[in-house]
Design a protein around this ligand. Structure first.
Ligand code: PLP
Length: 436
């Protein structure tokens, strides 16, 4: 019998990120300038991103080196364990083998620190003093605040209003790291003021908060902007998850049939799946399945068309070719704040269009039902976002029970839900609606 917890020594922390770009079946459509609608070049992005990250954004090198200083800090929590969910398997009476990669063990409780550290490091190398960003549920904001502190930068966070009000502990966490935080829409930016003038009670959205953070960065010489998902370089940094998981599954003596990740902007899903999808793209694992899971209230991949759209509400960002619900879409205030984004990573959208991955959407009550069952078997309480992956994994395990197949399922537990007790309380007390 293999271990329940499959770990790797620190010496096995990957030295390079895996870049899927050269393995894509067709090249990614380029981002377009918001004014001219012509393909943008590195100079167009220079006001808001450091050159090192812009180079990564357009890189077609198969591997990108991880800076030593970042690897040193990764030793605080990486390699993260892969768990075999034995108790859950028994509870579901399934022949499936269920594994999960546990990104919730990071100091901030999610995968977001993986990219935050690289981004803070790259900005510091180019003399940037301060980073501005948006956050939904607060996971990304707390990750960037932590990374900025560890790298010696200041951090400014625009937090989606509905989460700011319902998740005070994430705000306090950001402040504990020394970050500055305001609810978005805020009166600090033109974009925020315009929304407040029309909708004084706006619950906010990631698209609005991105507009505010981009405007903040573009307006100050000492500040650049940092994005927690969607872009190629963010996904690149998250591939550390899948690279470690591949080695861990080898130790377990198994190769996954089905990979599962929740989907907000696409980075944790891509981070887990892309290093495995390399095998599918190169013909070594043609039957490998990868499922991105989103809330039915924000069905970007399952219902949104794939077309050029802005990454933010005000139309300040380049146009990206992606599945989108429209940059003005304001999703209902469901508990999975990190999955309330109108768009999807161009890389994830591209692979969906190529038939290389799948997408599913579920209502929040079903998702929390599974999350509670998972917690009662495995101990860890999943973040509401990650609970979408838990639900889809359990569904696949039940399908395996019906078909009698011992499917190997690996999902990404992208974060813990220890600060999300209000959401669990709403579910347990019968106050939660389906969110659609
Ligand atoms: C725990 C957790 N998982 C997943 C996500 C979704 O983001 P992404 O799709 O980029 O992984 C978030 C976003 O905030 C999150 O906090």
């Amino acid at each position: 019998m293999t271990d329940t917890k499959i770990t790797l020594p620190e010496a096995e922390i990957p030295t390079h990120f895996y870049n899927i770009a050269p393995d894509l079946p067709t090249p990614l459509p380029p981002p377009l300038h918001p004014g001219t609608r012509q393909p943008i070049g590195p100079a167009d992005l220079a006001p808001i991103f450091p050159m090192a990250l812009i180079r990564q954004e357009v890189s077609v090198e198969p591997a990108v080196e991880i800076p030593d200083e970042v690897r040193e800090i990764y030793r605080l929590y990486r390699p993260s364990p892969v768990f075999r969910a034995r108790a859950l398997e028994a509870a579901l009476d399934t022949p499936a083998h269920i594994y999960y990669k546990s990104e919730h063990v990071s100091p901030v409780g999610s995968h977001k620190l993986n990219t935050a550290l690289v981004q803070a490091w790259a900005n510091k190398q180019e003399g940037v003093k301060r980073l501005a960003t948006e956050t939904g549920a607060g996971q990304w904001g707390s990750a960037l605040a932590c990374a900025c502190r560890l790298m010696g930068l200041e951090c400014m966070v625009y937090m989606v209003r509905v989460s700011y009000d319902t998740k005070p502990y994430r705000r306090i966490m950001i402040q504990s790291y020394g970050g500055q935080i305001v609810p978005s829409p805020s009166p600090l930016t033109q974009a925020g003021r315009a929304i407040l003038a029309e909708h004084p009670d706006s619950p906010g959205s990631l698209g609005i908060a991105i507009s505010e953070a981009v405007e903040d960065a573009a307006g100050r010489d000492d500040t650049k902007y940092s994005l927690g998902s969607v872009l190629n370089h963010v996904i690149l940094h998250q591939t550390i998850i899948g690279q470690e998981a591949k080695k861990q599954m080898e130790l377990a003596g198994e190769y996954p049939d089905i990979l599962i990740g929740c989907h907000g902007g696409g980075s944790n899903f891509a981070g887990l799946t892309f290093p495995f999808l390399e095998d599918k793209l190169k013909g070594r694992r043609p039957a490998l399945r990868a499922i991105a899971v989103e809330p039915a209230s924000c069905p970007t991949l399952t219902k949104g068309p794939r077309e050029y759209d802005f990454g933010d509400t005000a139309g300040l960002t380049p146009l990206l070719m992606m599945h989108t619900l429209g940059h003005n879409f304001v999703p209902p205030p469901v508990h999975s704040g990190g999955l309330r984004y109108h768009g999807s990573a161009p890389l994830v959208s591209h692979l969906l269009a190529a038939g290389m991955i799948e997408a599913e959407a579920y209502d929040q009550r079903s998702v929390f039902e599974s999350a509670v069952q998972f917690a009662r078997c495995e101990g860890t309480i999943p973040a509401p976002e990650s609970a979408h992956a838990v639900h889809a994994a359990m569904r696949q395990a039940l399908l395996a029970r019906e078909s009698g197949e011992a499917k190997v399922i690996l999902f990404n537990l992208s974060g813990h839900g220890n600060f999300d007790m209000a959401a669990y309380d709403a579910f347990l007390s019968g106050q939660m609606d389906g969110g659609v």
